[in-house]
Structures are given as structure tokens and as C-alpha cells.
Design a protein around this ligand. Structure first.
Ligand code: WA2
Length: 237
């Protein structure tokens, strides 16, 4: 959370706050690759810029590509505003030029991040490309330092883009578990329990529920979402 927040401030300082910009795709890719150790569970981070419809033509001309929708990869139909990715860590380079407002989960995150000024998480959903279950973390990038007491509307208006990253639980937790347990007899499930009566599986394969598991709370820093981890021994065959 904190490191992704700091990246949002990096973009605000060196891209939004400088004319000409002191940041481009090469610099962003190099810096995010070199600081990847700070974000061990995040597959990659990226910056999506806020573009209003009246700016679209000039923006596309400047970038040399058209804004595309996330699922069809076709040029985006007309909307009031877009959030095309312009900078990305190389690990998720395939999201460049995609309008992050064209996917339901990413869009909800963008709207909640810019209204709150805080880091926000999606519920678990299938990420692009890998098709693995994961969650996306988003911070709004603001024009000028927004006062903590700014109204919701002031925050929404001051947003110029969105810095986010994807937690690919399936591949990344697998890798960590292999490192932790050579004999692989500990099974781990992570749940989104925002709605207590309907836990959403976020990681792992669901097994019989005999109550024989250890529950650990997980705090990703978005008070709107609740998570827990359940660990148990693999059943003997
Ligand atoms: N990043 C990587 N893979 C994804 C994804 C995503 N969103 N959404 C679906 N698969 C640039 O919030 C702004 C990253 C979104 C940030």
C-alpha cells in the first residue's frame, strides 16, 4: 500500500507537476522494475491518465495510438471520460492504451479512489492476460496537493489519473508457498469476507469445511474490504 501510494506521488511530482514532464514510459519502467522488491505480491504497477472526451483526439495523436476497451481491445466508443494506461511496469505492459474505466472492477476502483483520496481494492476477479484470480489496488493521482479536508467533489475534480497495481494471488502466493513449505502439506485459502455471510474465494482450492483450520486476519489497508486467511493441513489420502 505505502509503496504504491508513493508511486502515485512520484507521478504527481514528475509527470503532472513538471512542464515538460520529467517522466516517460522508459523511466517509469526502469524505476518500477528496480523497486519491485518493495511490492512482493504485486505483478505489476501502471499509471492510467484521465482524458476527457474533448481531449481524446489530441491525446491519441500525441500518444500515437487509440484508446481501447479492456476486453475487446477495439477502439473505445465515445464516453465522457477515459482512463487509458500510459505508463506501465514491463510485467503488465499489455495494459498500455487500454481504458481502465472499461472494466467494471477497475472502474469502480477508480471512482472510489478519486472520491476518497485513499488506496482502494477491488473484490477478487479474473485479471487480464493471466486470467488468474486477483485484486487491483488503486490510488488517485491529484493535480495539486489535495487538503485532507477537501470535499468529495473537490477531490474528484482534482484527480488527473490513477496509479494502480494487480495482486495475482494464484501465481504469486503459489510461488511464496513453494518457498515456505517444501513438502507442500499446508493448504491456504484467502477470502474476501467484506460480506461475512458470503465469503468470496480469492486464493486456493476450497475443500471440506470441518472447522479444522487456523484463521489469520489480513489487512490490506482498505477499510471497505475485509479479508482473512485460513490454513489447514492437507487431508491424507
Ligand atoms: N492491472 C493489471 N492487470 C489487470 C488490471 C490492472 N489494473 N485489471 C485487470 N487486469 C492502472 O487503477 C489504475 C491496473 C489499474 C491501474
Amino acid at each position: 500500500m505505502n509503496h504504491v501510494h508513493a508511486l502515485a506521488i512520484l507521478v504527481s511530482t514528475f509527470y503532472v507537476g513538471r512542464h515538460p514532464s520529467a517522466l516517460n514510459q522508459d523511466i517509469f519502467a526502469e524505476y518500477t522494475a528496480r523497486t519491485a522488491f518493495e511490492r512482493p505480491l504485486i505483478t505489476g504497477v501502471a499509471y492510467a491518465h484521465r482524458v476527457f472526451h474533448h481531449e481524446r483526439e489530441a491525446f491519441e495523436k500525441e500518444q500515437g495510438w487509440t484508446i481501447k476497451t479492456m476486453h475487446s481491445k477495439e477502439p473505445s466508443p465515445v464516453h465522457d471520460e477515459y482512463a487509458p494506461t500510459i505508463f506501465s511496469q514491463e510485467t503488465i505492459g499489455y495494459i498500455v492504451s487500454l481504458d481502465m474505466m472499461s472494466g467494471e472492477e477497475d472502474r469502480d476502483n477508480i471512482l472510489r479512489a478519486r472520491a476518497s483520496g485513499k488506496g482502494v481494492l477491488t473484490g477478487p476477479f479474473r485479471l487480464l492476460k493471466s486470467n488468474h484470480l486477483g485484486v487491483v489496488l488503486t490510488f488517485a493521482v491529484y493535480k495539486e496537493d489535495v487538503q485532507p479536508k477537501a470535499t468529495t467533489e473537490e477531490k474528484i475534480n482534482a484527480a488527473v489519473g490513477y496509479l494502480g497495481g494487480a495482486f495475482d494471488f494464484e501465481s504469486l502466493v503459489d510461488n511464496l508457498l513453494v518457498q515456505l513449505s517444501k513438502n507442500g502439506d499446508i493448504l491456504v485459502n484467502v477470502y474476501d469476507i467484506t460480506n461475512m455471510s458470503r465469503p468470496l474465494i480469492m486464493y486456493g482450492i476450497e475443500d471440506r469445511d470441518d472447522g479444522l483450520f487456523h484463521v489469520s486476519p489480513l489487512d490490506f489497508g482498505d477499510p471497505f474490504r475485509k479479508h482473512e486467511m485460513r490454513c489447514r493441513l492437507a487431508s491424507k489420502v
